[in-house]
Design a protein around this ligand. Structure first.
Ligand SMILES: Nc1ncnc2c1ncn2CCCCCNC(=O)c1cc(-c2ccc(F)cc2)cc(O)c1O
Ligand SMILES: [Mg+2]
Length: 214
């Protein structure tokens, strides 16, 4: 059976990246996806915005929706302090297993926990099953129509504290209009928009940061 695009990305990382070097894994994925096959990684341009917001948040507990092949999980985890950790939620089992291998090549398996399932099912389990009390940083990069309901669910479950930072990908393309409307009109969130471009393309995109004010 033909290999999937995601399997071909893993092959390229496995062959070209330096084991234990997250930067070389990121460079390998960016080179492959800009030169060979486009894929929906946050990419190197929006990735710099992600880096800056993660450094600002300096999270002990970080959460990600939409692991895909693990590119943004590696981007986030490589910046985490020694005892900090990232929980990343992916519902596609093939993506989750490819991400696990790519994260292992990057040498970040100790800092990243991949949880398989739908975000709306996993969020209520984070406290009991994953010992999460509060979340310091959340990266939203899964189904765009899930951004808004999952943000509401995070707040309802009490995972957000004063200063928790949310960062959402694809605000312009594919777009998350209900999330933008909700988050910008909600009194407890202080929002900032970061114009950028769709990964590996000249198409306009943006990221939205929302700081929870308690
Ligand atoms: N734990 C969970 N719960 C719910 N859904 C879950 C999930 N885990 C995964 N998913 C399901 C997410 C599926 C991928 C989400 N990302 C996207 O759909 C996405 C699409 C584009 C895109 C742009 C231009 C195009 F022409 C085509 C596609 C770009 C991006 O940066 C994207 O992030
Ligand atoms: Mg995205």
């Amino acid at each position: 059976m033909d290999q999937s695009k995601e399997q071909r990305i893993l092959n390229s990382v496995s062959y070209n990246a330096v084991k234990g070097d997250p930067e070389s894994v990121l460079d390998c994925i960016d080179n492959y996806c800009s030169q060979k096959e486009w894929a929906m990684n946050v990419g190197d341009e929006k990735g710099v915005i992600l880096d800056k917001v993660v450094e600002e948040a300096d999270p002990t507990i970080a959460l990600e929706f939409g692991t895909y092949v693990g590119y943004s999980a590696i981007r986030i985890a490589r910046l985490l302090k020694p005892n900090a950790r990232l929980l990343t939620i992916e519902f596609n089992p093939e993506f989750a297993s490819i991400a696990r291998e790519i994260i292992e090549i990057a040498g970040l398996s100790e800092k990243i926990t991949i949880i398989e399932g739908h975000s709306q099912d996993i969020i209520p389990q984070l406290r009991e099953k994953y010992q999460v009390d509060k979340v310091d940083f959340v990266f939203l990069d899964h189904w765009k129509e899930r951004y808004c309901p999952d943000t509401i669910l995070l707040e309802e479950c009490g995972y957000l504290k004063k200063g928790s930072i949310l960062l959402a990908d694809n605000i312009v393309y594919p777009g998350a209009p209900d999330f933008v409307k909700y988050i910008r009109s909600h009194k407890s969130f202080d929002c900032t928009n970061y114009p950028s471009h769709l990964e590996y393309m000249k198409v306009e995109d943006a990221m939205e940061k929302a700081v929870y004010m308690g």
